[in-house]
Design a protein around this ligand. Structure first.
Ligand SMILES: [Zn+2]
Length: 211
């Protein structure tokens, strides 16, 4: 099982439970970010400062949201100049991935569009722009530049501390959310919706309930 026995090339730390879908992860022993490419492990530098503050949930917690039960395996923090927000990556028992973003009281769940689905536009729309997608009218509510400042855990894609991208959030009439990320050489759209934080069910990894 090559997926389950991986050793940090920097410090020798052994990983026992990497997911098959994991391409990028950080070493808890030496704080190095690692990227898996074919059979090789590349080191990508430091995993960044993740200052602790109270959060709705964290790594290894199980979150029931949007009809699914997701184990949180990745945590990335972004800075957009005026503050930070957190993107938590979770997978359900079928291996379906979801991103749950937490920006103070605002919580959203989003799923990446695969293949050729998702909006066709390759350039970011501006704040206030309206556009239709899949029978729904969306209005762009937010657009900004974000820089990744810290990563912990496992991710299906490469996310590197210092990476910068431009993002837009567009909202539909009943809480639908379309988000686009634009970076050098590409873009990625996500679909999802805003969540009422009070409807989230969180099971802490240590069995306790959040207070
Ligand atoms: Zn290490």
């Amino acid at each position: 099982m090559p997926d389950t026995h991986v050793t940090c090339p920097n410090c020798g730390y052994g990983f026992e439970n990497l997911r098959k879908s994991t391409r990028m992860f950080d070493c808890p022993s030496c704080d190095t970010t690692l990227f898996r490419e074919a059979d090789a492990l590349k080191t990508l530098g430091n995993n960044g400062e993740m200052h602790d503050y109270p959060m709705l949930f964290g790594l290894h917690d199980t979150v029931t949201a949007d009809g699914g039960k997701f184990i949180i395996i990745g945590h990335a923090r972004y800075d957009y100049g005026r503050g930070t927000w957190d993107e938590m990556y979770g997978e359900n028992s079928q291996g379906k991935g979801a991103w749950i973003s937490i920006d103070e009281g605002d919580v959203a769940i989003q799923y990446p569009y695969g293949g050729n689905s998702g909006p066709r536009r390759k350039d970011p729309p501006a704040v206030g722009d309206r556009f239709g997608y899949s029978g729904t009218d969306f209005t762009v509510t937010e657009a900004d530049t974000a820089t990744c400042i810290a990563v912990r855990g496992q991710f299906p894609d490469l996310i590197q501390v210092g990476d910068e991208h431009y993002f837009v959030n567009a909202s539909g009439p009943s809480g639908q959310l379309l988000s686009g990320e634009f970076f050098e050489g590409g873009h990625q759209w996500f679909e999802g919706h805003w969540l009422d934080p009070f409807t989230l069910k969180v099971d802490r990894q240590d069995g306790s309930r959040p207070t």
